[in-house]
Design a protein around this ligand. Structure first.
Ligand code: ADP
Length: 267
């Protein structure tokens, strides 16, 4: 019953997302070709998890699942729901930012503790993709940053999702997430040992709907929305997001946040 409730809830969220996509697609002609590709990519991406969810739910309803296979079924349902929610959240988040309907709620926080919690939350997802645990490098001291915790989570989850997707062939080498204080900035790095991002594309990957030719040709699922959202959210913090080549091979995605000034009373 819980899973079915989740399904019904997702249905209305998906409807809202589709309306947002349609609005976004109407707004500008300039990007219309890219947007058509985008709408078809999103529709395709919605269809796959929805089909899995529906088939699993029906088989459960009909009592067609052997008791010993139930845990796998529930696990798949949960996994596909999460995948679907992420996609829908990204579409809605981009539409909201674009329409000026979302203002980041910045408040002082310890970015290091937040990063640790998010990586912990993602541990199961990482494991499921066959990667070893993420190597986490955090400063010993708290890292004070005025931030919107939900936006920070969207940033890091998108960067991790990309690393899991594009560096899958190099999964044995694992992923590294590092936070460091450099001058006036807190610098978050997400590093993989995958194919990396071609130099000519390192700025364009942050454009909405842009995907490296390799992915377009290989039909790797994706919408070209994740990094656009990451950059928007980074800028909403007064920061910036950039892509680099990781020394030794792979991609490095960097997000810089301005450090919060030390509180005046802390003397
Ligand atoms: P999507 O993953 O849905 O295509 P993104 O905006 O998240 O959209 O990424 C845009 C493009 O940047 C991807 O299609 C891919 O070509 C490239 N890219 C992103 N992250 C990585 C990475 N870690 N390694 C290699 N290429 C990447």
């Amino acid at each position: 019953a819980l899973q079915l409730g989740v399904l019904l809830g997702l249905g209305s969220v998906v409807a809202a997302a589709i309306a947002a996509i349609a609005r976004a697609a109407r707004r500008s002609d300039e990007l219309s070709a890219q947007k058509t590709a985008f709408v078809s990519a999103v529709s395709h991406e919605l269809r796959t998890p929805l089909t899995t969810l529906r088939m699993h739910a029906e088989m459960l309803q009909e009592g067609l699942v052997a008791p010993e296979r139930l845990p796998v079924f529930y696990d798949d349902l949960a996994h596909e729901s999460v995948r679907l929610s992420r996609l829908v959240e990204n579409v809605l988040a981009v539409a909201q930012l674009e329409e000026g309907r979302r203002v980041l709620q910045l408040r002082p926080g310890d970015l290091a503790a937040q990063i640790r919690d998010i990586v912990d939350d993602q541990a199961r997802h990482v494991e499921r993709r066959g990667f070893p645990p993420v190597e986490l490098a955090l400063p010993d001291e708290p890292v004070p940053v005025q931030n919107d915790p939900q936006a920070v989570e969207q940033i890091l989850v998108n960067l991790l999702d990309n690393a899991l997707k594009y560096a899958a062939d190099a999964r044995a080498a694992g992923l590294r997430v590092a936070l460091a204080v450099e001058g006036e900035a807190a610098v978050l790095r997400v590093q993989d040992r995958g194919p990396g991002i071609p130099e000519a594309d390192r700025d364009r990957v942050f454009d909405r709907f842009f995907r490296v030719a390799r992915e377009r040709d290989a039909h790797t699922p994706g919408t070209g929305l994740g990094l656009a959202l990451v950059r928007e959210l980074a800028r909403g913090h007064g920061g910036e997001a950039v892509a680099l080549a990781r020394p030794g091979g792979g991609a490095e995605l960097q997000v810089r946040f301005p450090l919060a000034p030390a509180p005046a009373s802390a003397t």
